[in-house]
Design a protein around this ligand. Structure first.
Ligand SMILES: NC(=O)c1ccc[n+]([C@@H]2O[C@H](COP(=O)([O-])OP(=O)(O)OC[C@H]3O[C@@H](n4cnc5c(N)ncnc54)[C@H](O)[C@@H]3O)[C@@H](O)[C@H]2O)c1
Length: 344
């Protein structure tokens, strides 16, 4: 006998509130650390899957000595057997797949980029297919780098499904992943959701082409000058909001194998620096930029994700900057600020 709709809904809600066992590939990276923090705070059971057991980006998100002990599974996404071992050993139900190489590495070494970004994602989808009885959703990091330069489009916020013709290997690798996710769903029923962040900023952002604004904030916290090496428009997305978007897509009714745009604060570099100066006026003499537009459309519409999995939070740019700057200052006062990304 079918259950009444209200009872069905209540049962579903109850199931959704149960702790989830989530494998987070690239969990020791920047976005991964913030996702682990959110999952832990919700009472879920994240398992960190990464090449290295270096939790430095995670530790700086907690007061000294208070970082929770996360289960760590050493592994390489280019090895299917590593992923299967992790899923089996930890009874994994959901996967957040972040492991990947960023634009500069993919540019310098496209074969390596293909192997990790495309081959690794293919392995995650294949592992989910092979363990279809256990894994019921894959949420993976695509990127706004899938878009062509803005000149290729009419003005106005762009929907998720406009034509894509990026200028980088990295962008094409991410498109390839989105396509493979569609095929895995169509042919094998593997449920996946792709998310396309633009510039994610916040504590822990220390590699990649768009890490410059965060590096600028770190220099400001140290009272050091910094020249950001590009200009033009970008969508600045606070890391905690992006992490919340990944977590939101683990639950809720599944809306199909789709890739979603995200949206934070769309600003040009001068507007970003003006927002920084609103928080810390000294930035006017310390931070500057030189260079042109990154070749990625920046005015993206996030209506689809807000409708399907929202509301997805978005702090104001000034608030995101304030939080990041304050955190960098506290870390510096405690002798815990990592300066390895700042050079001499
Ligand atoms: N940070 C951004 O602004 C941004 C924007 C768009 C998309 N993304 C995507 O989001 C994801 C996470 O970005 P991030 O900024 O946290 O990156 P990150 O470089 O900080 O972290 C990536 C993590 O993946 C791990 N990793 C690399 N190769 C691996 C492998 N073969 N096997 C297992 N682990 C491996 C690294 O050790 C690292 O901990 C990436 O896929 C990235 O392309 C990021």
């Amino acid at each position: 006998m079918a259950l009444p709709i209200l009872l069905q809904k209540k049962l579903l809600q109850k199931l959704e509130n149960l702790p989830m066992r989530v494998l987070v590939t690239g969990g020791h990276g920047f976005v991964g650390a913030w996702i682990l923090k959110i999952l832990h705070a919700r009472g879920d059971e994240p398992i960190v899957f990464d090449l290295h057991d270096n939790a430095r980006r995670l530790e700086v998100l907690y007061p000294i000595g208070q970082t929770p002990q996360f289960v760590f599974q050493s592994g390489d996404v280019t090895k299917l057997e590593d992923l299967l071992k992790a899923i089996d050993s930890h009874n994994i139900e959901k996967i957040i797949h972040l492991a990947g190489l960023q634009v500069p590495t993919c540019r310098q070494n496209p074969h390596l980029g293909m192997s990790v970004n495309v081959g690794g994602t293919l392995n995650v989808l294949e592992a989910a297919r092979l363990r279809r009885d256990m894994v019921n959703r894959v949420v993976y990091a695509s990127s706004a780098a899938v878009f062509s330069p803005a000149e290729a489009y009419p003005t106005g916020p762009l929907a998720d499904d406009v034509p894509l013709n990026p200028g980088t290997h990295y962008g094409w690798f991410k498109i390839c992943n989105e396509g493979n996710a569609l095929v895995y769903h169509r042919e094998h029923g593997v449920p996946s959701v792709g998310l396309r962040p633009w510039t994610v900023y916040g504590v822990g952002r220390d590699v990649g082409m768009t890490s410059e604004p965060t590096r600028g904030l770190k220099c400001l916290a140290l009272n050091r000058p910094h020249l950001i090496n590009y200009g033009g428009w970008q969508d600045m997305q606070f890391v905690e909001d992006v992490a919340a978007a990944f977590v939101a897509c683990l639950s809720g009714d599944y809306k199909g194998p789709k890739s979603y745009n995200l949206r934070g604060a769309v600003v040009d570099m001068q507007q970003f620096l003006d927002a920084v100066a609103e928080v810390e006026p000294a930035s006017r003499r310390l931070l500057s930029f030189k260079g042109g537009q990154l070749p990625i459309a920046w005015d993206l519409c996030d209506r689809a994700i807000q409708t399907d999995y929202g509301p997805i939070p978005a702090v104001s740019l000034v608030e995101g900057i304030r939080k990041t700057l304050n955190a960098f200052r506290s870390l510096e006062a405690e002798g815990r600020l990592d300066k390895n990304d700042l050079g001499a």
